[in-house]
Design a protein around this ligand. Structure first.
Ligand code: DGL
Length: 254
């Protein structure tokens, strides 16, 4: 499972709950964080390097726990590697079902909003609603610094989402895995707004893919978690702890 940093931990948490016997490598590419503002070609290159490392380590499935990397690379990764991939797209479909005002805000990185994958989701599910694309400039950076739940986070959210909410959006799609950790801040800043995210749906899809491919771990296997962090390991560990991941067993950083 990989992401540019802590964002994908939202998927990891659900996946471990649903599939406690699986052994997971979580790869946090913090040396190249953030992915969001980078050109798609650069994110694709990082995604390939990471997939090589994970496939080389014997991974039987790779979850791209990052909307931006999914937008940049998921189709090419599927063509290039013999293991199944599970990726992410902003949850527009559930948002259209939840919205009462018929106006939804899609909060995501520029890389995700500009990608073909998202354009296809809009084509497929965007009819009948008004969509406000909102680039979350600076939000993933806040989360990566462990600043969810702070005044700074709420102030930034207010500034970024304010215009879309003022225009009548009542549903906010958290289209970047980092934003999962800001869900409470969005609701605190804009009471009455509904947030939508896909972490759990993606974790469920990953479990289904394992079963479909006859790859699921037996119940006799003990689950495990290994971390690979390309940037500052101690900083990553500290933010992980702040997000509630302190006590996970079998933690090793390489
Ligand atoms: N977590 C990533 C995503 O889901 C993006 C964060 C970043 O900009 O690196 O899009």
């Amino acid at each position: 499972m990989f992401d540019s940093g802590v964002g994908g931990l939202s998927v990891l948490r659900d996946f471990q709950r649903l599939a406690p016997h699986e052994r997971v490598i979580y790869f946090a590419d913090t040396a190249f964080f953030p992915y969001g503002p980078r050109p798609a070609a650069e994110v694709r290159k990082r995604s390939f390097a990471i997939a090589h490392r994970l496939a080389g380590a014997g991974c039987k499935m790779i979850v791209v726990a990052c909307n931006t990397a999914s937008a940049a690379a998921i189709a090419d990764l599927r063509d290039a590697f013999p293991v199944p991939f599970v990726g992410m797209v902003p949850g527009l479909k559930p948002a259209t079902q939840k919205s009462r005002s018929g106006r939804v805000a899609i909060l995501a990185t520029p890389g995700t909003l500009d990608g073909e994958l998202y354009a296809r989701v809009v084509d497929e599910f965007g009819r009948g609603v008004t969509i406000e694309n909102v680039p979350g400039h600076g939000l993933a950076e806040l989360v990566e610094r462990g600043e969810s739940g702070t005044d700074a986070a709420r102030e930034t959210i207010g500034r970024i989402l304010g215009p879309a909410i003022a225009a009548g959006a009542d549903t906010v799609v958290l289209g970047c895995t980092h934003y999962h950790f800001l869900a409470e801040d969005v609701v605190a800043r804009f009471p009455g707004v509904t947030t939508v995210e896909t972490s759990e749906a993606v974790a469920r899809r990953a479990v289904a893919v394992l079963h479909e491919n006859d790859l699921a771990a037996p119940d006799s296997q003990a689950g495990a978690l290994d971390l690979i962090v390309t940037g500052d390991r101690e900083a990553f560990r500290a933010v992980m702890a702040r997000l509630g991941f302190a006590s996970h067993p079998a933690e090793a950083i390489s």
